[in-house]
Write a protein that binds this ligand. Structure first.
Ligand code: SF4
Length: 783
């Protein structure tokens, strides 16, 4: 047997935080080190053959879609259409290391609880269904039939379908997502929390209300046509690295780029494209023409200040600055916005942003000079209390100069997980509109529930109070991803049953209900053979392009099932003949699911044909395609938003959670964050040197990071090393999921209810013991 086919080799040890090294942050990203850090783990874990096979199929025509972020593929592809993080995600999934049957006897759940996310993930791919009975401390292997029958019995014993919740991760394909939501609605509930609740929900809310669609209004090609790209609250170098190639191309075509962020991230400073000589032997490309080091939560004030300057420029040269024709024909609310912005207090803007008048004037001048502007954003904007209002201000600014619905211009939320947007398109939302439900009823002949279900935060509340008794997750790691780790874990442990459909272990498998099951599923990299032959799935990227994904390597676990197969069999076991849906047909041939998608999902007509076209197809988008805005007024809405920003009590800091470079969402690939100079550890808190001095603290000391929220729960991270770092004044940062413990469950963005993970008020206290905290998961999450 291949040595890698066992779970005892290679060895993936827990981090030893006492070995932590802190060096200088980098001012450039990627280059040859990026290639080295992509290929080294791939070859070590998968061997040369499997590495070559997977990497040459990654993001290629006829290959599979990257299981990591949702950045789009360019039309003209090179042989290497992936980045370091894409390579790490493929290695993580396609690894031949597997969890053996003996593992479960060796590691009781109480032992899994002591392990870190890294250790759990590195045990390898799950190979067989396992079940933990009530009162048992062990998962034990069972058959698929027994697993489905245990779940069906439990779900059918509930007094109401609303006593269950069904979570979805953004990895799930369109086909699996459509079948899953259909099953859940046929079962009788809209309790469909998803990972989008924790990331771009604010974007969906703000854009839906202002322009009628919660998706990007740009295509991939628009980036190369833009004259100005403003990147807000986002770190592309780590989170969607190939965006740097699009920014580099835009830059070389003459665009200016402005980066607005509390931290100076390497990728936005300089990019060394490893596929270009200038990136290998040269200096690479300077990305940001202007870096604005904004205080966390100050973006709304900045955007209002820029829009105010746009009005001022128009007053100075009437008829030349605003896009009057566009505003007249397509927009609503101009007079109200003008009146409101006139009252914006410049002193408040400076206080909120921490920026100077000159910096704000410079950005305004760039905006006024450019005819085609794209604004992109990510969690730095959405995970704020005023996240929805801030995105509405982005839309205001774009609309004033007609920057929506023309080439090279638009609004572009950058989605995190590869198919998080597609899952929503397929109906994974607790609030799908009546038209979608009508289409389900017409297509399948049953009336789906119409009352809204619960989102992720409400799911935690209802598990805590005992209303939700069964939790099923199609992928993901809810307790790792959501705020208030202690509450999330207590909620999970208060259920009757948890079911995780997963490729690998994570924290959510260790925090279980009275009964618990893990169902091993196949990954996107793997060949999916069903009764009618080899299957493909489809996904939608962050700019609404849908394309096919074909697995390329032999599944590592022959007893695992595809997500579609698991959903179809679960539906059959739970529903019996309650609804007339050909679940067995779904599993045998995914074309049947796509045929139903054609009839139910707007924009997906003739799906089977269109998705097979070279490069797939782009979903219709009213604002982008024809300046059609499906709001209540039929026009794009300029909105008035009362300015609010974070006022920090003396002696506190505003802490944001963030990923390291060796991490994708809650998946930890390693213990380094090389762009920020961190090696062999994660228990660090980054603080501006002037703040350290003001607080009487110093780099290298160990502190307890204490959340400042006044409720019954104490929220503390203990023994984290201080790292003197050029964060914005008053702002600190620490890695999640560790730092999620500091974010209270009800600390949510107004409207969208997205956890406010980018603005937690904390106090730093010198630790009693000046030593690193232990590495165990339990030590991180319990205070
Ligand atoms: S940019 Fe995103 S989608 Fe593209 S290869 Fe990298 S991680 Fe994968």
């Amino acid at each position: 047997m291949d040595r890698r086919m066992t779970n005892d080799a290679p060895s993936f040890d827990e981090a030893d935080e006492s070995k932590l090294e802190v060096g200088k942050p980098k001012d450039w990203a990627a280059g040859m080190p990026g290639v080295y850090h992509s290929m080294k783990p791939a070859i070590e874990q998968m061997g040369v053959g499997r590495t070559v096979k997977t990497m040459l199929a990654l993001n290629q025509k006829g290959g599979f879609d990257c299981p990591s972020c949702a950045w789009p593929d360019p039309g003209h592809r090179s042989a290497f259409e992936f980045c370091e993080n894409g390579a790490k995600a493929v290695t993580w999934e396609a690894t031949p290391v597997v969890v053996s049957s003996g593992f479960w006897a060796q590691h009781p759940i109480s032992d899994l609880l002591e392990r870190s996310e890294y250790w759990l993930g590195m045990q390898g791919r799950l190979t067989e269904p396992v079940y933990k009975a009530a009162g048992d401390d062990h998962y034990r292997p069972i058959s698929w039939d027994d697993a489905f029958s245990i779940i069906a019995k439990k779900l059918n014993s509930l007094a109401s379908p609303h006593e269950s919740a069904f979570y979805t991760s953004g990895r799930t394909s369109n086909e699996a997502a459509f079948a899953y939501q259909l099953f859940i609605r046929a079962f009788g509930t809209n309790n469909l929390p998803d990972c989008s609740n924790m990331c771009h929900e604010s974007s969906g809310w703000a854009m839906g209300q202002t322009i009628g669609i919660g998706k990007a209004t740009v295509s991939y090609d628009d980036f190369a046509k833009a004259e100005l790209i403003i990147v807000m609250g986002q770190n592309p170098g780590t989170n969607h690295p190939r965006m740097l190639t699009a920014l580099e191309n835009a830059k070389r075509a003459g665009a200016e780029i402005v980066a607005i962020n509390p931290l100076p991230e390497a990728g936005l400073q300089r990019y060394k494209n490893p596929q270009k000589p200038r990136g290998v032997i040269g200096r690479g490309t300077e990305i940001a023409d202007q870096f604005m080091q904004i205080r966390s939560g100050g973006d709304m004030a900045l955007l209002q200040a820029i829009s105010k300057r746009v009005f001022a420029a128009e007053d100075k040269n009437p008829g030349t600055v605003l896009d009057h024709e566009f505003l007249e024909e397509y927009c609503h609310g101009l007079a109200e916005l003008r009146e409101h912005l006139a009252l914006v207090d410049e002193a408040a803007v400076l206080e909120a942003t921490g920026l100077t008048v000159d910096e704000i004037d410079e950005l305004a001048a760039r905006y006024l000079k450019a005819d085609r502007v794209i604004i992109t954003w990510a969690m730095g904007i959405t995970q704020q209390k005023k996240g929805v209002a801030t995105i509405k201000e982005i839309i205001n600014l774009l609309l004033l100069r007609g920057n929506i619905g023309k080439p090279g211009a638009g609004a572009s939320p950058i989605r995190g997980h590869s198919n998080v947007q597609g899952d929503r398109t397929m109906g994974i939302w607790e609030q799908m509109p009546p038209a979608f439900m009508d289409a389900i009823e017409k297509e399948f002949g049953f009336d789906p529930p119409r009352e809204h279900g619960v989102d992720a935060v409400e799911t935690i509340h209802q598990m805590l109070d005992g209303t939700i008794k069964v939790f099923v997750a199609l992928g993901g790691n809810l307790v790792g991803a959501i705020s208030d780790t202690q509450a999330a874990e207590a909620a999970m442990q208060n259920t009757d049953m948890t079911v995780q459909i997963s490729t690998k272990l994570n924290r959510s498998h260790a925090v279980v209900g009275r009964e618990a099951l893990i169902l091993p599923t196949r990954g996107r990299t793997e060949i999916d053979m069903q009764a009618s032959g080899e299957q493909f799935v489809s996904v939608e990227d962050t700019v609404c392009a849908v394309h096919a994904s074909w697995g390329k390597v032999k599944p590592v676990a022959p007893n695992s099932l595809s997500e579609v197969a698991i959903v179809s069999r679960l539906a059959r076991a739970v529903l019996g003949d309650k609804v007339q849906v050909d679940w067995a047909g779904f599993e045998a041939n995914y074309d049947l699911i796509r045929e139903h998608i054609s009839h139910v999902v707007d924009g997906c007509e003739d799906y089977n044909r269109k998705v097979r076209q070279e490069g797939g197809f782009v979903l219709p988008n009213g604002p982008r395609d024809s300046r059609t805005f499906t709001t209540p007024t039929g026009k794009a809405m300029l909105t008035v938003n009362a300015l609010e920003y974070i006022e920090r009590p003396v002696g506190t800091l505003i802490l944001q959670t963030m990923r390291s470079h060796d991490q994708f969402n809650t998946t930890i690939y390693g213990h380094n964050d090389r762009y920020r100079g961190i090696k062999k550890g994660r228990h660090v808190v980054f603080v501006n040197p002037d703040d350290l001095a003001e607080l009487g603290l110093a780099d290298g000391q160990f502190v307890d990071v204490r959340g400042e929220y006044k409720d019954e729960r104490e929220r503390v991270l203990r023994g984290f090393r201080l790292v003197s770092y050029p964060t914005a004044r008053g702002c600190a940062a620490a890695y999640y999921p560790e730092a999620n413990v500091l974010v209270p469950l009800d600390h949510m963005a107004e409207g969208s209810k997205t956890p406010i993970s980018k603005a937690v008020i904390v106090r730093l206290e010198l630790s009693a013991v000046q030593e690193p905290s232990p590495a165990s998961a339990a030590a991180m999450s319990a205070s």
